[in-house]
Write a protein that binds this ligand. Structure first.
Ligand code: COA
Length: 379
């Protein structure tokens, strides 16, 4: 435990909040979400149910799950003002358009500054229901097509793919996306969640907190890695080129995307969940069996090359490596990946905002001053 006044670069190891939402055990490679291991949860409950687990503290009973799905489905439509903004931002990266659009999602709240538990829960449902609508509308508009209105009879993942591609997806693809969103729904005190909690700790509203979190997520050290992972695989082309390619990256002082983690010192458990999801998609021969095989091989080589490059640092595969494959198999392109991440993580951010509002403690660390002192004005 650091002493008061001690400088801890990057807050590494600092316990800043207490939470009942999720726990990351970086030594054992375990992730617990609301009491369940990620392997137990992802793919076994729908994303909507996993979101409810975080918001309500328990999974919905089987007979309530359909009502929950319908309730969220009824909230998917976005306002014309939001759509107008997405049109203006259609040539911006999807994550930037999402950040801008996110701010407008408070427009139809009668009391946007109400941070009571009931108001927070209502906003959490709206944001989670509408993020995919925003990302899908942006995907259509930037290709010069009209957005496709949401369909209330589809689950969240199937509806998203329908809004992007105009046809109901193969169930295996919808299932893969649903599993992906559950896999990334929450993850301890990651940078974007911390950003959301800092904003919420000032008693600011959920839309403001989530807008800030989107900004934190987009950086390449956080959610922005899977796009470059796919670029890397495409550039490597074949397994026999991997070692030289990776060594050259490191020699040029660049990091290998999809490897290393602030907390995990063993393989990120989400990597295995998503590797299996990607394998199912590849096995069904829906897309890119070759890319999957290449990824498996590049992963092995990268682990070996990174071990040689930074012995003892334990730079292992993280969630972003196989995220790239799953999202690519769903027909999405690299610059959309971080916005897809946000569509899953938004449910976790909202849960943390609710928890922070209920704890009601301002987050306000200190800084160590390194500048000059005692200067005087000589004018
Ligand atoms: N490739 C090459 N070197 C890496 C690396 C990677 N992916 N990840 C870490 N390193 C190196 C760092 O340069 C550092 O070297 P140094 O001690 O000589 O400065 C050392 O390993 C330790 O890294 P550090 O930056 O202290 O780890 P961190 O906990 O701050 O960083 C990440 C964690 C995720 C930011 C980092 O591993 C990274 O940049 N990974 C690639 C991006 C990525 O996949 N992000 C998604 C995260 S889920």
């Amino acid at each position: 435990m650091p002493e008061t006044g001690q400088f801890v670069p990057g807050l590494e190891g600092v316990v800043a909040v207490q939470t009942k939402l999720s726990h990351v055990d970086g030594q054992k490679g375990k992730l617990i979400i609301g009491g369940y291991s990620i392997e137990e949860l992802a793919g076994k409950v729908s994303f909507e149910e996993a979101a409810d687990l975080l918001w309500m503290g328990a999974l919905p009973a089987a007979e309530d799950a359909e009502a929950l799905r319908k309730e969220l489905a009824a909230l998917r439509t976005i306002r014309p003002e939001t759509l107008e903004l997405i049109k203006i931002a259609r040539h911006s990266p999807p994550i930037d358009a999402l950040r801008m659009a996110c701010s407008t999602l408070s427009l139809d709240l009668s009391k946007p500054n109400d941070i009571s538990p009931a108001a927070d829960l209502a906003v959490a449902k709206r944001l989670t229901a509408r993020f995919p609508t925003v990302v899908a509308a942006h995907a259509r508009l930037r290709q010069g097509h009209e957005p496709i209105p949401p369909r209330a009879d589809l689950g969240m993942a199937a509806n998203f793919l329908y809004m992007v591609f105009g046809e109901v997806p193969h169930p295996a693809v919808a299932k893969a996306l649903d599993t992906y969103w559950t896999t990334v729904i929450d993850h301890g005190m990651n940078a974007s969640t911390f950003a959301a909690r800092v904003i919420a700790s000032t008693r600011s509203d959920m839309v403001s907190a989530v807008t800030g979190a989107v900004g934190a997520l987009k950086g390449p050290l956080h959610g922005g890695a899977p796009g470059p992972v796919l670029d890397m695989l495409v550039d490597i082309q074949s397994a026999d080129r991997a070692e030289a390619w990776l060594k050259n990256e490191l020699a040029e002082g660049r990091r290998i995307m999809g490897f290393g983690h602030r907390v995990y010192k063993v393989r990120d458990p989400r990597a295995e969940v998503l590797a299996q999801t990607a394998e199912v998609l590849a096995g069904a021969d829906l897309r890119n069996r070759k890319l999957y095989d290449l990824a498996r091989s590049v992963e092995k080589t990268a682990l070996h090359v990174l071990d040689e490059h930074k012995p003892g640092r334990n730079l292992k595969t993280n969630v972003e490596f196989y995220t790239a494959l799953v999202l690519q198999s769903a027909g999405l392109v690299p610059d959309q990946f971080v916005a897809m991440f946000a569509c899953g993580r938004v449910a976790g951010w909202c849960a943390h905002v609710m928890e922070q509002h209920s704890q009601d403690r301002l987050i306000r660390p200190q800084s160590q001053y390194l500048g000059p002192q005692g200067l005087s004005i000589s004018r």
